[in-house]
Design a protein around this ligand. Sequence first.
Ligand SMILES: Cc1cc2nc3c(=O)[nH]c(=O)nc-3n(C[C@H](O)[C@H](O)[C@H](O)COP(=O)(O)OP(=O)(O)OC[C@H]3O[C@@H](n4cnc5c(N)ncnc54)[C@H](O)[C@@H]3O)c2cc1C
Length: 405
Amino acid sequence: MDTTSMQNPSAGLPAEGHLLIVGAGLAGYHVARGARLTGHVGPITVLGDELHPAYDRPALSKAFLSGAAAFEHLVLDDPENPLDVTWFGGAAAEHLSAFPLGVHTSDGRFHAADAVVVATGAQACRLPLSGGATFVLRNIDDAMALRSRVIENKRIAIVGGGFLALEAGATCVERGAAEVTVAAGEDYPGTARLGVPVGQAVRKLHERHGVSFAPASRADSVRDVPSGQELVLANGHRVEADIVICAIGATPATSWLRDGVLSLDPTSGAILCDDTGFTGMPGIWAAGDCAQWASQASGLRPVGHWQEAVEQAGILSASLTGTSPAPFQEPYFWSEQYEVKIQAAGRISHANEVRVVDGSIETDDLLLSYLRDGAEVGILGFNRLREVKRWRKQRQIRTADVLVA
Ligand SMILES: Cc1cc2nc3c(=O)[nH]c(=O)nc-3n(C[C@H](O)[C@H](O)[C@H](O)COP(=O)(O)OP(=O)(O)OC[C@H]3O[C@@H](n4cnc5c(N)ncnc54)[C@H](O)[C@@H]3O)c2cc1C
């Protein structure tokens, strides 16, 4: 489907119309907030399958998992000044109806709407198991289950080499794990996505904290053995552990939409949208990790990052209420591992060259520049908060303008 050329007949939801948001997460919360901030006075309903109030996820693999942050610190709504929104928790959306417009939920209700925003996020990928149970980290229940386990003096196997996996590994080290072994598809995790210096620096950072890396391979299965669990890799390597944490990515939570009302990406299952979040189906929009906006499909914008979900929510709610959306900022994401804050800004996936500008892969102060045909398109820093902040400030212009320049 060519989403770039779609007309948007739904722009300007009537100010008193009913806005129904499916998914009480980051994007869902910010769509509701944005709609109120841009003058929507009609009812707003948010449907969520979780029983908790909407919360922020990044701390689940960091401060919440380590015990430094409580759930109250993650809650998105301001208890002193709550949004004027009706929340329905504990019932999953099961069917999207285009005519009449609305959503059927698992508790048997039908929620009629004048506009529906799908913001159901993503769900954690899991390993095919043969026996053993593993932990994942996508929602607060996952994080609470892992947080309540004794980590001290235990052997931990981490499956996956993304930042979420490595954050979980770092948190386990900080909680006194006896051994942490990372089983990833790359010897130097992050190399394919962020370049050789990042892969090397990240591995060295973890090795300095005593983490081991299994020979690069796809993980095959986990099974119970007398001494605990055994993670079996496709290359035949085995890792024994007391706890296995599986962080091998997430897929859009769109299985409830597979009845054909919306166009889904055939590979990822993400909802295809234009760059306002409009799906092409009158009255239906989508944002956050469940969606693939046109600029993401073309590789201009990343998927699965916090800033992306918040920006999309702002643009979408402005489009719904007929106000001018703020322009896209440069893509941005961050990670925290031990005492190191890694931040990346810009169109890193477009770079064809990466240069070390300052610092070293041996220390925690690396600064990298990403270039495409000699022109800088992105920056990544280890504990380089000032430089990354300055770069982002200087580049607060539309992505489209950057491309033209
Ligand atoms: C552990 C963790 C750490 C992260 N750390 C970082 C980080 O350091 N930096 C960064 O940039 N990004 C990070 N992210 C990514 C960021 O948090 C996500 O991109 C963001 O949460 C996406 O928001 P969302 O609203 O699309 O999805 P979510 O926040 O996942 O919200 C979706 C909501 O919809 C609900 N839902 C799903 N299906 C249904 C249904 N059928 N009916 C009703 N409700 C449904 C879900 O239960 C969930 O409550 C992290 C993510 C995780 C999981």
